[in-house]
Design a protein around this ligand. Structure first.
Ligand code: 1PR
Length: 519
């Protein structure tokens, strides 16, 4: 049934997910012609991410045609020199300037000193025939792509203003409070200037492990090597380090670039209507304007009446409640086992595949809970081993990293390299790499593990477990090429503020995000 958009005064099309999926949905719901008609009428339009990409003629991501309003094809990033998806905070270079100020600001508040949150594997390479349409470009590796579009009544961003802290809110406010239409005759256009290196920043992520305590309240907790109970002979209480929504807001205010919530008791079956993290996400997304990842229980769930909800349905509920990414733990291990049992052929049924197909690879994170298994000699195991200077209990100098499920309760016959390569092949977009041996120890990240995983995949990797002081962050960024580092305990216990970590990284010459925007 055709939809009428003409009565609208302004239209924002915030896209998440895959190009083909978005275009098919527009087609099926009768929005294609009304959207074209609306944009042609000269009324203000803002497209975000896929909401921008669909204005082009097509995308390498799909055979489905785009709206064809802007010339050009959306292309996949090269993985030769960088991780893909391009996931994180990057700068923009404005290539338009107003010769006469008044009405709608041509830059819509975009600021070259700020960074904005991107999450995409496909982008429109900048080309001269896009001059009239290009408002800003961004460099990732040595590729320069269109990161913002502007012409007349059209303004779009490849990045997500709604997830870009106060810098992004300033942009949305400019569109909402301005006329939303720029007089192009009063705009000067420049050529983008390539830089010797991109301005992509390293992300600092705060992680909140959440579960119900013995009184039934949802609390943020933190384990030592995954044991979250206070030490006592009778078995202590679950450690309570605060309330999830309040802590998330605190970390946003303190400069976290992303926040992850992990429901750590999700291995217990939970009916769809009672998923405890939905409310947490809904409330957190009202005050937290950086990406939110949710993990724990992303798998098929069965209600008490026997009704089964697919992992895709569960993920959909989380996305609609404010999650930007879902993180899959145990189910990813089972999916990898199924993948190898199937001779390395994806069968399209796993949660990774179904969620990535609908929401894009960038929305699917794999949370890995590995632990070291020491061997005297590599011949003792079929698994991928590393030689390590940190010897085992009996002087062993080799180890492999065993994947676990159910929050580390059960080890499987799968090593971490097998897991991450299978998950990348199945369509995952990021690896959240925990380490059971290091979790809660404050002794630094497991650099050997991180290097090993990073060399096996081209998707971004989050280093996790063991951060105890700011120099652990500079160490992990200097010694491995991970894109981001996560910590929990030191932030919860206020031992090291996020700002101290970022100042230390800046002093060490590592690029990090600062949001100086005043609203
Ligand atoms: O298997 O898909 O339902 O997901 C369960 C999720 O819950 C997984 O992501 C798993 O990592 C997590 N989880 C389960 N049990 C625990 C536990 O601690 N008992 N938490 C747990 C994992 C590890 C990190 C932690 C870092 C940094 N927590 O999230 O935040 O190690 O900590 P640190 O900086 O204090 O060292 P599924």
């Amino acid at each position: 049934m055709p939809r009428r958009l003409m009565p609208l005064q302004k239209l924002i099309f915030p896209g998440v997910g895959a190009f083909g999926h978005a275009m098919d949905a527009l087609q099926a719901k009768g929005f294609v012609e009304p959207l074209k008609e609306y944009i042609a009428s000269g009324k203000p339009y803002m497209g975000i991410c896929v909401g921008m990409q669909t204005l082009f003629e097509g995308s390498e991501e799909s055979r489905t045609k785009g709206l064809g309003i802007i010339p050009g094809i959306v292309k996949h990033f090269s993985t030769a020199d960088k991780a893909v998806p391009h996931m994180g905070w990057n700068a923009t270079q404005l290539v338009k300037e107003q010769t006469e100020v008044g009405g709608q600001a041509v830059n819509y508040g975009i600021d070259q000193d700020s960074v904005y949150y991107f999450v995409h594997s496909y982008a429109v390479p900048y080309a001269d025939n896009l001059k009239e349409w290009t408002l800003a470009t961004t460099q990732y590796g040595d590729e320069i792509f269109v990161s913002a579009v502007q012409k007349g009544n059209v303004c779009c961003t490849q990045f997500h203003p709604e997830k870009s802290g106060f810098a992004g809110i300033k942009l949305l406010r400019s569109f909402l409070e301005g006329t939303g239409v720029v007089d192009d005759s009063k705009v000067k256009i420049f050529d983008p200037r390539p830089k010797s290196r991109d301005l992509f920043t390293k992300r600092i992520i705060a992680c909140l492990d959440v579960r119900a305590n013995d009184q039934g309240d949802l609390v943020v907790t933190k384990g030592d090597q995954y044991d979250v109970r206070e030490k006592s002979e009778a078995g202590g209480d679950v450690r309570n380090l605060g309330k999830p929504v309040e802590l998330a807001k605190r970390y946003f205010d303190e400069g976290a670039d992303e926040i992850a919530f992990l429901n750590i008791t999700s291995f217990r079956n939970c009916p769809m209507a009672d998923l405890p993290m939905l409310e947490v996400l809904k409330l957190a997304s009202q005050t937290v304007f950086v990406p939110l990842t949710i993990g724990g229980g992303i798998r098929d769930v069965t209600d008490p009446d026997g009704k089964v909800h697919s992992a895709l349905d569960v993920a959909g509920e989380y996305f609609r409640s404010g999650a930007d990414k879902v993180s899959i733990g145990s189910d990813a291990v089972y999916a990898a086992e199924q993948f190898y049992a199937n001779d390395g052929v994806p069968d399209g049924t796993t949660a990774i595949e179904t969620i990535a197909k609908a929401y894009g690879a960038q929305a699917v994170v794999i949370s890995v809970d590995p632990k070291r298994v020491y061997v005297k000699d590599p011949s003792e195991t079929n698994h991928h081993v590393i030689k390590t200077p940190y010897t085992g209990p009996n002087g062993e100098t080799y180890c492999w990293y065993q994947c676990t499920v159910k929050g580390g309760r059960e080890g499987r016959d799968l090593d971490v390299r097998q897991l991450v390569t299978a998950c990348q092949r199945l369509g995952a977009g990021e690896i959240l790499l925990n380490c059971m041996d290091k979790d809660g120890t404050n002794s630094g990240y497991d650099i050997e593990l991180i290097k090993d995983v990073k060399s096996a995949v081209t998707i971004p990797v989050v280093a996790s477990s063991g951060a105890g002081n700011p120099s652990h962050f500079s160490q992990v960024f200097n010694e491995t090429n991970v894109e981001s580092a996560l910590a929990a305990g030191i932030f919860h216990r206020r031992e090291v503020p996020i700002e101290t970590v970022k100042n230390h990284l800046k002093e060490s010459g590592i690029l990090v995000r600062e949001d100086h925007t005043k609203l």
